[in-house]
Design a protein around this ligand. Structure first.
Ligand code: ZN
Length: 311
């Protein structure tokens, strides 16, 4: 059954530790329409110039992608190691005639193929404060109501912002504010036709003030999910395939991983399925990497300034 809309709500910096310190009943699944998993995500590179690797993974479903933070000079397209643009779920949605809407932190646009591929934009670039939960709630709702059929990606900044400032009490508060945003979305979005995905790009440790490699929560909410389904260990890379499955559109060209919506169905039907994401992912990744030339043998056409400098 195809849904009309997917909301991907990314809570920047919310790892499983930050999550469990706060009172977050909505994300914990108190309403009984939730599937939860513990996600592997951005492992290396958090905090570097090419920081939004996790957003690039979520959009492309591809392991070897990077993207620069969208700003006035960069759109935030996803590139592979060879400097080629990689297809995102936003590109697939465009081809299928669906809306692509990004709200909050500029990184949100990366999932959808960059700021140049959006039908509506409610980003920092447009003057929005992504750490203000009232602003975020309002903008997400506004964007959601305007959207007929398509994908809305929103990235909330409050947890990451307070984590970098080593402000533990405010970080806990920010997680709770994020939970209340999810509560509003749950109430306003018709879950008969909407899949709500809650994820995080990486953790931000409020003791060190730095990004970390801790796993992050991943929740799916929809009306066809009954009770609280345990997805086990998942990977944020599987988000692209999951969105494609919900909207019944093509999976992005290089996407690997499972359709987590499909996994929920299998679990609810009592089918015997392995919850080890690595088995399926390793199979797909091996096939994926076998097709690629070795990096040092490839001759990339990067064409960028950095490339010129090296020669
Ligand atoms: Zn950060």
């Amino acid at each position: 059954m195809a849904l009309n809309k997917v909301i991907l709500f990314v809570i920047d910096g919310m790892d499983t530790v930050n999550f469990t310190m706060a009172h977050a009943p909505v994300m914990s699944g108190i309403h009984g329409k939730t599937a939860v998993g513990v996600a592997h995500t951005e492992i290396i590179g958090a905090g570097t110039v090419l920081t939004p690797i996790a957003h690039a993974m979520m959009g492309t479903g591809s392991p070897d992608v990077v993207a620069a933070r969208p700003g006035f000079e960069t759109e935030g397209k996803c590139y592979n190691y060879y400097g080629e643009v990689v297809e995102t779920i936003g590109d697939v949605a465009r081809e299928a005639g669906l809306s692509r809407v990004a709200v909050g932190k500029n990184e949100a646009a990366i999932v959808l193929g960059g700021t140049g591929n959006l039908t509506r934009s409610y980003l920092e670039l447009d003057g929005i404060d992504p750490s203000d939960e009232e602003v975020m709630t309002q903008e997400i709702l506004d964007a959601f109501y305007q959207m007929d059929k398509g994908i809305l990606v929103a990235t909330y900044g409050g947890v990451d912002f307070t984590g970098h400032r080593k402000n533990l009490p405010r970080l806990i508060e920010a997680v709770e504010k994020a939970d209340s945003i999810v509560g509003v979305l749950l109430k306003e979005a018709d879950l008969e036709e909407t899949l709500l995905i809650i994820a995080a790009d990486h953790g931000t440790n409020p003791i060190t003030g730095r990004h970390n490699t801790a796993p992050t929560p991943l929740c799916l909410m929809a009306n066809n999910i009954a009770g609280r389904v345990n997805l086990g260990v998942v990977h944020n890379i599987e988000i692209a395939t999951t969105i494609a499955g919900a909207l019944e559109v093509q999976v992005p060209q290089r996407a690997v991983g499972r359709d987590l919506g499909e996994l929920v169905h299998q679990l609810l039907a009592g089918e015997e399925v392995s919850l080890d994401y690595q088995l399926e992912m390793n199979r797909q990744l091996n096939a994926f990497f076998r097709k690629l030339p070795l990096r040092h043998k490839a001759e990339p056409e990067l064409g960028g300034r950095n490339n010129e400098k090296e020669r």
